[in-house]
Design a protein around this ligand. Sequence first.
Ligand SMILES: Cc1cc2nc3c(=O)[nH]c(=O)nc-3n(C[C@H](O)[C@H](O)[C@H](O)COP(=O)(O)O)c2cc1C
Length: 427
Amino acid sequence: MEKMLFKRIDVPNAADITVAEKHGAYSQVGKAFGIKPEDLVNEVKRSGLRGRGGAGFPAGLKWELCARVPGDVKYLLCNADEGEPGTFKDRFILEQDPHLLIEGMIIAGHAIGAQQGYIYLRAEYPKAAGILEKAIEQAYAKGFLGKNILGKGVKFDLSVHGGAGAYICGEETALIESLEGKRGQPRSRPPFPASSGAWRKPTVINNVETLANIPFIVALGAETYAKIGEESAPGPKLFAVSGAVNNPGGFELPMGTTLREIIYTHAGGIKDGKQLKAVIPGGASTPMLTADHLDVKADFNSLMAAGSMLGSGAVIVMDDTACMVNVTAVLIRFFEHESCGKCTPCREGTGWLYKVYRRILSGEGKPDDVDLLLSICESIRGKCFCPLGEGAIQPVLSSIAHFRSDYEQCVNGRGCGREEQCRKVLH
Ligand SMILES: Cc1cc2nc3c(=O)[nH]c(=O)nc-3n(C[C@H](O)[C@H](O)[C@H](O)COP(=O)(O)O)c2cc1C
């Protein structure tokens, strides 16, 4: 597949507007402005584009819901919080091709009737912040942003809003609260942001990668775009591969590429001639899979059918020397730290889980602890205010389902010889 989202990724200095324009940036803005907003929304609907931030919600439908709400003030938010452990795919666009995102946002703003956009940027991406600020300044100077874009009477202002350094602020309603200057905690839904979002105005919030697809949908037309990837989820997909592989990094591949191809062909296979033990296909909150699942296609429906999720496309690979209790403890420590505290099952439950993992890793685990972990998960499942708690239990449930023997080895009092690794997790 010819690269689209990573088309300019190897072009030196593509973050500079002159270079980016030479390689096609902003070429679709004029075409998009010649299309009526409702037709643009329909084009995105027909393209089949599904959100790349994790949930896979149809982008065109979200846009339509917002566009249909009466009112002159609407907002377009780009979710660049990229906080899911293992995820670093958006970073490539933010740092190396910011004009692709800006172009996508200009077109999206026109389609939904938003004249103001914000890029909510992960606090831990200071490099991207400087690059984006400069790219936005250049886009204003060239007339791609502002009151009268390309002299066509279209207005769109854009700015970067620094994130709060919290995982929860990637959740769309917590992001909105944080953008408004409040503590980043989720809102109850409904109302959904499309009807009542930032400052209670109709708001579309899309992931960086989702918005980066928009210029290509305009360029190719919905029919041609829809032929890329999977019928149920067309388009290219960015995968961020990390862990025990020879060639970790970001890869643009057609949606539906198998885990085997991602890991063995593109990420160079398992390091040091070892075997794959486990793979987390979509970031820390997606259930772990095993070597038996390598032929599963990485797309929303196929991974769901295999018992996991595409999530953000962050593929984390563990080799056969990994202890899955240890790995899961690290993930639970993250969720316990990042639980926002708004709802009890998540706040207390993730704390309890981590307490039990600490006990097991310190060598004081009891045989009943595995069932105790499962029962804590049951106290969290389906009872949380937002999906953070639900995500937190996935590594626990899936690691016990697939690797219960690792747990039993830890709690039988005989030790496994990997205690050194465990002590590192405890500190
Ligand atoms: C705890 C939590 C963290 C999230 N973090 C991110 C994130 O960092 N980036 C992102 O795009 N979506 C994140 N999401 C998903 C967003 O809530 C939302 O679904 C997404 O921004 C919608 O954009 P999309 O439809 O283009 O995918 C997160 C969700 C949850 C529950």
